[in-house]
Design a protein around this ligand. Sequence first.
Ligand code: PLP
Length: 385
Amino acid sequence: MKAFEGHIPDKLPGIPTSIFAVMTQLATRHQAVNMAQGFPDFPVSPELIGLVDKYMKEGRNQYAPMPGVPELRRAIASKVMAAYEVAYDWESEITVTAGATQAIFTAITAFVRDGDQVIVLEPAYDSYAPAVRLCGGTVRFVRMQHPAYTIDWDEVQRNVTRDTRMIIVNSPHNPSGAVFTMEDMLRLQRIVAGTDILVISDEVYEHLIYDGLAHESACQYPELAKRALIMGSFGKTFHATGWKTGYCLAPEELMHRFRMVHQFVVFCSNTAVQYAIAEFLEDERNYLGLPDFYQAKRDLFLDLLKDSRFRASPASGTYFQLLDYSAISDLPEEEFARWLTTEHGIAAIPCSAFYQRAVDNGVLRFCFAKTEETLRKAASILCRI
Ligand SMILES: Cc1ncc(COP(=O)(O)O)c(C=O)c1O
């Protein structure tokens, strides 16, 4: 192919190839145990696969309604009511999306304009800031405090200006595994009350929460709920990240604006998967058992590592565990992660990849959504380092 010779200014200057792609490529080349990217290596429920098959064979293969099939929106409304005792109207306040990433992009595009500021707590999931920039907004990063990844809400308050359009929060938190407390939610609520600031509450790991903790959803806090776009992901909940099916909850006025953009970003998401998930959600056991299921994996992984030189505070949520390697090496995180992959055959993500400007705390993120066999293999490598 001949090279394009024109000059088009970069819309996302300075963004390197994603570290996830880099580490996955490196892991494949070195046949490493891949604990880098956040996806399960065990199968999706055969019952759920059977339901997708059933609906495809029934002919549910054409475009779904733009906001999602009614069956799934009703099922999401019931799930939210059962979990948080909050009513969202399935017709006007719930939209099914092609994963939470699309929902986040759509929400940012719907509300952020040139010159707007958006507060992002970092380390952060990597899609937030580029989406804000593509809309002409600027990001103000507020750092969570290592090693417990707590939030200095006074600093958040200090970063609020006349131009703040939105604050993006994420609990349970990727990559730290930290979980918001009721006090966090109340502090956030106090900051936004009486302002025009919207909140994106990324709650994709709502069902992955451990040690008896309860998920604090933005929908439970009235001053947050009325300005919140809450994101969910069935990819996370049903170990099917490749199906890219998620949803957004928001009050009607905000949801109307969200849908104005959603219809042009994707219009609708996968029809058969939507019907299948709607039916699968009828049995609450299909997701209420997740904390025990994943906590057992976290505990096994940490137990296997107890004699290693890695240090860890157990993740309170998500399927990510941070390991501190400062007793082993003073290499920067990215270099240490590469060394671990090439020399020892195990891949993880440097936590610094989740910051705007690399921060080196000597911690890597390991995904423990893996079979027992993978966890044992990983731990036996890590124990030898
Ligand atoms: C915090 C967070 N938000 C959103 C997503 C994306 O979810 P989905 O796969 O449904 O787009 C992820 C996936 O890694 C995530 O970690």
